[in-house]
Write a protein that binds this ligand. Structure first.
Ligand SMILES: NC(=O)c1ccc[n+]([C@@H]2O[C@H](COP(=O)([O-])OP(=O)(O)OC[C@H]3O[C@@H](n4cnc5c(N)ncnc54)[C@H](O)[C@@H]3O)[C@@H](O)[C@H]2O)c1
Length: 267
């Protein structure tokens, strides 16, 4: 990861399976120092789960942040600054839409469901990037997580596909805005992984099967593979890359016909 120790913020760990946990694991292996956020709940369960997920890393801090509230985001970054005056990277690995608005055809989604999906899954990226940038006087790297359903229709992904399309556009506009400050902004379009957020997607098991059958690599990707690419993009090794959506999906997105598996069945 270069000579200087990298310091950054990880937002979006829910448990051991979270993409953010896999990414933090690889960043830790590369020597990075990290502070974490968690989504607070009244029972304190969420904090406990996140504590467990990150117990393998010596974390700088673990502080609450509900990205649906500006005051929370502001308070979180203020606290982060009290632990570390500057950072080199921010990982945003957060998405949410009400179940009833993604389990229905997109044409049936409610106004409120749309606003919530865009707020938590897209605006939060813009808002956290803005705060993170103030802690990056020497430049830095910001990364978010997207999915192929933002480019093409994936049955069952529905409203979240609309949000991911907006997220990927936000990556490009933020890359333009923050480029003069030497801050890079990218996304990983990840292959499917069984996580808490993924369980909200109706046809998820089917998606896992069809991705593995269709992808040129003929399998689903691993958390480690997503983590490795993320750690690369968040480190100075990715210094020439910004505004990019990097697919870590076994090549699934290049396919224009179903798969070899189907060809075999028909033969
Ligand atoms: N799992 C997959 O197959 C897959 C594929 C491609 C992209 N992604 C994306 O990866 C990202 C991480 O998802 P994941 O699959 O690791 O699931 P996850 O459930 O482990 O992570 C989602 C995170 O979002 C957080 N979150 C939700 N609402 C929040 C709020 N209001 N404030 C703060 N945090 C909030 C949750 O606490 C959780 O930590 C998401 O953007 C998701 O769309 C996932």
């Amino acid at each position: 990861m270069g000579s200087k120790t990298q310091t950054g913020i990880i937002m979006g760990v829910a448990n051991q399976r979270s993409l953010a946990t896999g990414i933090a694991t690889q960043l830790h292996a590369q020597g990075a120092r990290m502070g974490f956020s968690y989504l607070p709940d009244t029972s304190g369960k969420m904090q406990h789960r996140v504590e467990k997920a990150i117990e393998g890393f010596p974390s700088l801090f673990l502080e609450p942040c509900n990205v649906g509230a500006d005051a929370d985001i502001q308070a979180f970054f203020q606290k982060a600054q009290s632990y570390t005056p500057t950072i080199d990277f921010l990982l945003h690995s957060i998405a949410f839409a009400p179940l009833e608005d993604i389990r229905c055809p997109t044409v049936e989604a409610s106004r409120q469901g749309f606003l919530t999906a865009m707020d938590i899954s897209v605006y939060s990226f813009i808002a956290t990037a803005k705060h993170a940038a103030t802690l990056m006087p020497n430049g830095g790297s910001i990364l978010t997580l997207s999915y192929f359903g933002g480019e093409k229709v994936v049955a069952g992904y529905n409203l979240m596909g609309v949000a991911k399309a907006a997220l990927e556009a936000a990556v490009r506009y933020l890359a333009y805005d923050l480029g003069p400050k030497n801050i890079r902004v990218n996304a990983i379009s990840a292959g499917v992984m069984k996580t808490l957020a993924a369980s909200a997607v109706g046809d998820f098991s089917q998606m896992l099967g069809s991705h593995a059958a269709t992808a040129p690599l003929q399998r689903n990707v691993t958390l480690e593979e997503i983590g490795n690419t993320a750690a690369f993009l968040l480190s100075p090794a990715g210094s020439g890359i910004t505004g990019e959506v990097v697919h870590v999906d076994g090549g699934y997105h290049i396919m224009g016909s179903p798969s070899r598996a189907c060809e075999k069945k028909e033969a």
